[in-house]
Ligand binder design. Structure first.
Ligand code: PMP
Length: 435
């Protein structure tokens, strides 16, 4: 009997004892293709020799040095690299231990920025319905998933949620991308008018929606409209790229494909590729300068921030991605994956949509292909597909059921960036058998 309070099913899970390339191996010797990268984490797969070597070197030098006393070469080098490759305007990095911590830090940084600037009346955070930004109290408050929030509601900071990005759009009335972008922007505009633009701190959004809706890219011009509204009211734009960032969609940052600049951006998962827990906030020069000219420091901190082992792992992961030109493979294999999914499921009576960018793809499961009516959530399709896929030796990330009134089921695929064409074929074959 396991004593881990992990997941309700922990005692029924296979025990992972090894990992090699894109596969994980359990105690019985069974191999599973990691077609979900865990949860879009394992971008270099498992047991990568360069990352292991970097971790051994770091362990032999120094495993931990508190940031109140020291900086380390590993943390400095990672920060330097992240800023060199960051979207223009982002000038500094705050290193933490994961995605939720990064979102928490970004929210607090945004609030402190306005306090430093003498605008303490700004107190509202706006995010989107059906969104996920993490499970700590602040990140949970930003998220718009009522089911996750419900029992913790009395403890959550007040946040406001506007139109659900672009999720489930294909299940609703047909409207053009331009009309959709305009409607979503109007939803933000109305909320800002209601709260008073001068009272709003930030708008938080995932650039490409991951877990909650399944690899849903923004419609054209959506983010340009959002940026314009934020600029007009002095509201900060926080992009959450914890899941979709660090190369997953074919560019290092998903926002590069949107032609706008965020004020703050969170990254995690693929940053360290699962080799160590790590996350980061990338912040604009204006945010940094407000702190520098004001109180002099960001009033926050975690014992493990800037951890040298985590920084060394992330640095090695990012160096391998660049050295082996893996973003080109993400783009090429992403197209192959999309084409194979389309060949396999394009006419399937229960597949309503095939979407995504790079190696961040999903199929939407529907009861009726014509009307796009979703399945009955009590069928718990996601759990059944996950189980069937695991029996086939395939890790995928199905989500669904009822989220905040909107219903839908999807299977998210996020294989490692090192995946080959043959392996993509095997992934789709196994998924077809599971579905
Ligand atoms: N933001 C997004 C968009 C995420 O997908 C996640 C994790 N699924 C988080 C934040 C939270 O990250 P973590 O689980 O590392 O705390």
């Amino acid at each position: 009997m396991t004593r881990l309070l992990h997941r309700q099913t922990a005692s029924a899970l296979p025990v992972a004892v090894g990992g090699e390339g894109i596969e994980l191996i359990d105690k019985t010797g069974k191999r599973y293709i990691d077609a979900s990268g865990g949860a879009a984490v394992s971008c270099l797969g498992h047991g990568h020799p360069d990352v292991r070597a970097a971790l051994h070197r770091q362990l032999d030098q120094i495993a931990y040095a508190h940031t109140g006393f020291f900086t380390t070469d590993a943390a400095e080098a990672l920060a330097e690299r992240l800023i060199n490759d960051a979207p223009e305007g982002l000038s500094h990095v705050y290193l933490v231990s994961g995605g939720s911590e990064a979102v928490e830090a970004a929210l607090k940084m945004a609030r402190q920025y306005f306090v430093e600037k003498g605008e303490p009346q700004r107190r509202h955070i706006i995010a989107r319905r059906q969104s996920y930004h993490g499970n700590t109290l602040g990140a949970l408050a930003a998220g718009g998933n009522e089911w996750r929030r419900r029992q913790f509601q009395p403890l959550l900071i007040e946040t406001h949620h506007v139109d659900p990005c672009f999720a489930y759009r294909h299940q609703g009335p047909t409207e053009s991308d331009a009309d959709y972008a305009a409607r979503a922007a109007r939803s933000l505009e109305d909320k800002v008018a209601e709260l008073g633009g001068e009272n709003v701190i930030a708008f938080v959004a995932e650039t490409v929606v991951g877990a909650t809706a399944g690899a849903v890219p923004p419609v054209a011009d959506y983010f340009k409209r959002i940026r314009e509204i934020c600029d007009r009211h002095g509201i900060l734009l926080i992009l959450d790229e914890v899941m979709c960032g660090m190369g997953r969609t074919g560019t290092l940052h998903a926002v590069e494909q949107e032609g706008i600049r965020p004020d703050l951006m969170t990254v995690a998962k693929g940053l360290g590729g699962g080799y160590q827990p790590i996350g980061a906030v990338l912040l604009g020069g204006h945010i940094h300068d407000a702190f520098a000219q004001g109180s002099g420091f960001f009033q926050h901190g975690h014992t493990y921030m800037g951890h040298p082992m985590a920084a060394a792992a992330a640095l090695a992961v990012q160096q391998v991605i660049a050295r082996d030109n893996l973003l080109a493979n993400v783009r090429a294999m992403g197209t192959v994956l999309h084409d194979r999914l389309t060949a396999q499921f394009g006419n399937h009576p229960n597949v309503g949509d095939i979407r995504g960018r790079g190696l961040f793809r999903a199929i939407e499961l529907v009861a009726d292909r014509g009307t796009k009516a979703p399945f009955d959530p009590t069928l718990k399709l996601n759990a059944r597909i996950k189980k069937a896929a695991m029996a086939e030796g395939l890790m995928v990330y199905p989500m669904g059921g009822t989220i905040d009134g909107a219903r839908g089921d999807h299977v998210l695929l996020a294989p490692p960036f090192i995946v080959t064409e043959d392996q993509v074929g095997t992934i789709v074959d196994r998924l077809a058998r599971a579905v």
